[in-house]
Design a protein around this ligand. Structure first.
Ligand SMILES: [Zn+2]
Ligand SMILES: [Zn+2]
Length: 145
């Protein structure tokens, strides 16, 4: 059983694919995401502050959407609010600044992790019991008529 605590409300739930939030909160987030998306559709390049004021969606949540890559940098202005998770420099989209992204990419490509998975299939041969008819039944038929 794979059970998690919802990061938002703390309720216990069973994630299907590593979700951080329970279905209720996921639904709420989706609602808010749609609100933000709709607002940005009409008001491109709005600041996070403005989106927050107009939609009532928490700033943190808006920034999370940006981090998750669901809001693009050219949709919402997050200057000064979003920080590189690695070096802390202020960025406008994603989780890392461009230089950290490069370093991470290099680090990842250099990491040669070759997984050797040997699949050993053990075939158990179930010995079928051979029927040996040791005893010969000599059926003597004595036909007496
Ligand atoms: Zn929840
Ligand atoms: Zn960085």
């Amino acid at each position: 059983m794979n059970i998690k605590n919802c990061k938002s409300c703390g309720n216990i739930f069973a994630p299907d694919a590593g979700e951080k939030f329970c279905p209720d909160c996921m639904g709420e987030r989706e609602e808010k995401y749609k609100k933000v998306k709709d607002f940005l559709w009409d008001n491109p390049n709005a600041t996070v502050d403005r989106v927050n004021e107009e939609t009532g969606v928490e700033k943190d949540l808006i920034i999370e959407f940006v981090k998750e890559g669901r809001l693009e940098a050219d949709e919402v202005v997050v200057d000064g609010l979003l920080e590189c998770e690695r070096c802390g420099v202020s960025i406008s989209s994603g989780r890392y600044c461009s230089s950290c992204k490069q370093e991470l990419a290099q680090g990842l490509s250099g990491d040669d992790s070759s997984d050797k998975k040997k699949k050993q299939e053990k075939k158990k041969r179930s010995d079928s019991k051979e029927m040996h008819t040791k005893d010969r039944i000599n059926d003597r038929r004595k036909g007496k008529n």
